[in-house]
Ligand binder design. Structure first.
Ligand code: PLP
Length: 352
């Protein structure tokens, strides 16, 4: 039986994407070759790269002042890569500390420059997005984690500032419309909302680069990858191919506006049940901070936890278990999760 995949990442992909991706492993577009065995400099892959980039640009409205890169190393590499490329030792990056991923980015950034944490919800185990803080003058950039995959919170109001935002969007990229002009860099590991693990999408405003004094190894210099059009070295060919298929799927669904509606509808169904059903409660203290991607909740009576887990699993819901630092349950309902998948989980909750 095909399971309903609520895993936080690597995560669910559209069924049609999986089928086409499997076909391409056997034979890419009747070429007689597998996508796994073609050169990254072949005509076939150059076309994949071009189409993937143009879909990113089209869906998000990314203009020529930004470069679109497909790198490796995951979002975790971008934690220090952004600092290495943007921040001189005497310069300061602002941070909103909204979860474990933000904390890691802060730690890495301190290796290269100064860090000013403008607000943190750590004291309350990151159960909300801080909303009252001041943004000082003179920050080189302000780093935010748009969606906190582990704690189930999401930024719904972007900081009001002309300081460029550097955003880790690993777990909500392409799930909604964003005011692109506020962002200096957007990065996202693909394995939550875009494709398989192995490629990191980076959208970088070109005029922010070239201001650091330190020497950068080629592989850790955005400008080298921009010049090489993401083929300075061998890029993750297959993950990029699957990302292309996923972006085509998003476009077919109606783009980011349609994704946003679809995601709001699914999240509402699940949160309404959490709020209505006395057997469950949400872990996010401030409802305005709730994530539309990762829905975290617990059983009101902890003794029910194991039984609910069992019933959800029996209904075909896989990966609903919460992260160890929050406990309880987490249902990740990324773009590719159909409404009917959430309905199945909600029905288990109703019957419970
Ligand atoms: C999963 C995740 C990461 C880590 O990504 P890797 O690709 O494993 O390095 C970073 N930030 C967020 C928000 C995530 O969800």
């Amino acid at each position: 039986m095909k399971k309903i995949n609520f895993s936080a990442g690597p995560a669910i992909l559209p069924a049609s994407v999986l089928e086409e991706a499997a076909d391409a492993v056997r034979d890419l577009n009747n070429s007689g070759l597998s996508i796994l065995e073609i050169s990254h400099r072949s005509k076939a892959f150059s076309q994949v790269l071009l189409e993937t980039e143009s879909l990113v640009r089209e869906l998000m409205g990314v203009g020529e002042e930004y470069a679109v890169l497909f790198l490796s190393g995951g979002a975790s590499t971008q934690f220090f890569y952004t600092a290495m490329n943007l921040l001189n030792p005497e310069e300061t990056a602002g941070f909103l500390d909204t979860g474990a991923w933000s904390a890691k980015a802060i730690k890495e950034t301190k290796l290269f420059g100064k860090v000013n944490v403008l607000a943190s919800s750590k004291e309350s185990n990151y159960d909300h997005i801080p909303r009252s803080y001041t943004i000082p003058e003179g920050l080189k950039y302000l780093h935010v984690t748009s969606n906190n995959t582990i704690f189930g919170t999401q930024i719904h109001e972007w900081p009001e500032t002309s300081t460029p935002l550097v955003a880790d969007m690993s777990s909500d990229i392409f799930s909604r419309r964003i005011p692109l002009e506020k962002f200096g860099i957007i990065y996202a590991g693909a394995q939550k909302n875009l494709g398989p693990a192995g490629v990191t999408l980076v959208i970088v405003k070109k005029d922010l680069l070239g201001t650091v004094e330190r020497a950068l190894p080629s592989m850790l210099d955005y400008r080298v990858h921009i010049k090489g059009a993401s083929t300075y070295n061998t890029p993750p060919v297959y993950p990029i191919y699957v990302m292309m298929l996923t972006l085509r799927w998003i476009k077919e669904q109606g783009g980011l506006e349609a994704m946003e509606k679809h995601n709001e509808k699914k999240a509402k169904l699940l949160y309404d049940e959490i709020d209505r059903n006395p057997k469950f409660k949400g872990t996010v203290s401030d409802k305005e901070s709730r994530s539309l991607m990762n829905v975290t909740f617990v059983c009101t009576d902890e003794a029910d936890t194991e039984r609910f887990q069992k019933e959800a699993t029996e209904a075909g819901c896989d990966g609903v278990k919460g992260h160890r630092s929050v406990g309880g349950f987490r249902a990740s309902i990324y773009n590719s999760m159909p409404y009917e998948g959430v309905e199945t989980l909600v029905n288990v909750m109703k019957d419970f």
